[in-house]
Design a protein around this ligand. Structure first.
Ligand code: URA
Length: 247
C-alpha cells in the first residue's frame, strides 16, 4: 500500500520528514517507547497517523511536520510598521511580509509602531493563542536605549516592581548591555504583554525610551535577522516554543 493512503502516513516516515532522524533511527525511537501520538506511547512500527492533526511527541517534545502545513516565521519588524494584518488607516502593516503565501498567517502579539524587532507569524492557532496569553508567562526580551546614567539600584527596583496606572509590573531580568555617550542600552526581560509596558516602565523610573527593540520571544532569538526580513524557525525552535507553553 502506498504511504500516503487517506488513513494516514507511517509514523516513522512522519518522524523522518520532521528531521527527527533517519527512518531507521525513527523506528528505533518508536520501538524504545519514546514516541507519543495524541498522548499515548506508540511502539508499533507502521502505525499510521494524520500528520495534519496528530500531536506527536518525541521524548516529551512536540515535533512539527511540513505535511501539517504549519508555518512558523520570525520577522524583524521595522519601525513605522503597525502590528496588524489590515490597518484601517492604511499605514504600512504586516501584510507585506506574508504576500504570496497561501497560508493565512497571524502575528503573535504586538509591538508598537515605533518598536522594532521580533514578531512571530504562524498559522498554528493554538500556539499563537498560548504565546500571546498572559497566563503562559512567555518571557520577552527587549533592548532599550535610554538616557543614562543608570543607578546601581535600578535593577533591584525593577525586579521588586513598579506601579503603573493599570497595576504593578515586575521585570524578570534587567542589565546594562552597552553605552554610547550619554545613552545607555539596557536589556529588560519580562513576561508581560501590556500595551507600551516597557516604555511606561522605564519612563516611570526616569529613563524615557529613545529606541526599543524586541530581541527574544521565549526561546526564539532574533539574532542577525535584518529589519524587514523573515526567516523560518528551526524545528528545535518550534519544539522549544511548544515546551514553553505546555503543548
Ligand atoms: N513594550 C512597549 O513599550 N512597546 C512594545 O512595543 C512592546 C513592549
Amino acid at each position: 500500500m502506498p504511504d500516503d493512503e487517506p488513513q494516514g502516513i507511517r509514523l516513522q516516515k512522519v518522524l523522518a520528514a520532521a528531521g527527527v532522524g533517519s527512518r531507521r533511527a525513527s523506528e528505533a525511537l518508536i520501538a524504545a517507547g519514546r514516541v507519543e501520538v495524541d498522548g499515548k506511547v506508540v511502539r508499533t512500527l507502521g502505525t499510521r497517523v494524520d500528520p495534519a492533526r496528530a500531536v506527536i511527541k518525541v521524548d516529551g517534545s512536540r515535533i512539527t511536520t511540513a505535511e501539517a502545513g504549519l508555518v512558523y516565521l520570525a520577522l524583524n519588524k521595522p519601525t513605522g510598521v503597525v502590528s496588524t494584518m489590515n490597518d484601517p488607516e492604511g499605514r504600512p502593516d504586516l501584510t507585506g511580509y506574508v504576500l504570496g503565501r497561501k497560508e493565512r498567517l497571524f502575528h503573535v502579539g504586538r509591538l508598537d509602531a515605533d518598536t522594532e524587532g521580533l514578531i512571530l507569524l504562524t498559522n498554528d492557532g493554538e500556539l499563537a493563542h498560548r504565546l500571546a496569553h498572559p497566563s503562559y508567562e512567555v518571557l520577552k526580551t527587549y533592548v532599550a536605549e535610554v538616557p543614562g546614567p543608570i543607578a546601581p539600584s535600578l535593577g533591584r527596583q525593577l525586579r521588586a516592581g513598579i506601579d503603573l496606572d493599570d497595576g504593578p509590573v515586575r521585570v524578570d531580568g534587567f542589565r546594562v548591555v552597552g553605552r554610547s555617550g550619554t545613552r545607555v542600552m539596557v536589556e529588560v526581560i519580562l513576561h508581560e504583554g501590556r500595551k507600551h509596558v516597557v516604555r511606561r516602565l522605564l519612563d516611570a523610573v526616569g529613563h524615557p525610551v529613545k529606541r526599543l527593540v524586541r530581541t527574544h520571544l521565549g526561546p526564539v532569538a532574533m539574532g542577525e535577522l535584518r529589519p524587514g526580513n523573515t526567516r523560518k524557525l528551526t524545528p528545535e525552535e518550534v519544539a522549544a516554543l511548544y515546551r514553553d507553553v505546555g503543548l
